[in-house]
Design a protein around this ligand. Structure first.
Ligand SMILES: [Zn+2]
Length: 257
């Protein structure tokens, strides 16, 4: 019995000592600098994740390159002067180089010299193909435009008169660069039925070769402000007339004006 007790106490003592030693070791380990418990503080600051790359700004779709304008659309004396109700000419403007046009016409018509010369050339080439034009009208002064316009207002009303090419200050006839063309015998004069005749077919195929363009085509009234007028041609010079003709656009559209 005594022996057994001694043995028991011995085991208890060893157990208590072991527990104390373990606690001591644990205490030392926790207090030791660099121990796992303190390690967290020493851990290197984590490298920040690279900043989220900013979404690049979308590249703007390039605007369609407009036709570079190489001609003078603004000076009254320029053969390329763009004229409409939003860009009228002064009532005092009179071209300085008006000449009588040497072609069969409705009275003595005038045009600026360069346009007159090209028109004569075109009429002569047409005659060689047995196609006979009449020059219905060429240059008209502001005053003539005004009385013509007032006549049309009285006859058709202002709304109709406003879409005819005779609006004072906005008529290309005042520039001395516009012509109204028809058949020598007057059939379908200043009427859309004019397009049935060989003179009109000739204009469609060749007018640009002489520097003239059809200025108020069908379906473009919203853009030009002028009703379909297949008889009204505008002189702009051979180079520009050819480019505009080939584009199928009006002057306003072609120059993005
Ligand atoms: Zn006209």
């Amino acid at each position: 019995m005594r022996l057994e007790n001694r043995y028991k106490w011995k085991i208890v003592t060893i157990a208590i000592l072991s527990v104390l030693i373990l606690l001591g070791l644990l205490y030392l380990k926790l207090m030791k600098p660099g121990s796992s418990a303190n390690k967290k503080d020493a851990e290197p600051t984590p490298t920040p994740t690279a900043e989220v790359t900013a979404t690049p700004e979308p590249t703007p779709t390039p605007e369609p390159t407009p036709t570079p304008i190489t001609v003078d659309l603004d000076s009254d004396d320029s053969i390329n002067r763009l004229l409409n109700k939003n860009h009228p000419v002064n009532k005092d403007y009179v071209p300085g180089d008006l000449v009588a046009v040497d072609v069969k016409s409705n009275g003595k018509q005038q045009l600026r010299a360069e346009a007159a010369e090209q028109l004569k050339r075109m009429f002569d080439d047409a005659i060689a193909q047995k196609i006979y034009f009449k020059l219905i009208s060429g240059y008209r002064s502001y005053g003539e435009q005004e009385s013509l316009y007032n006549t049309y207002v009285n006859r058709y009303g202002r709304a109709k008169a406003d879409i005819m090419d005779d609006h004072p200050g906005a008529s290309e006839h005042q520039l001395g660069l516009a012509v109204d063309l028809g058949n020598w015998n007057g059939t379908c004069e200043l009427n859309a039925c004019y397009v049935k005749y060989p003179t009109y077919t000739f204009l469609q195929e060749h007018a640009h070769e002489y520097g003239f363009i059809e200025r108020y085509p069908e379906g473009k009234q919203e853009i030009t402000g002028i009703q379909y007028s297949p008889w009204h041609y505008r002189y702009v010079g051979v180079e520009e007339a050819t480019k505009i003709h080939e584009s199928g656009l009006t002057m306003e559209e072609y120059y993005g004006y």
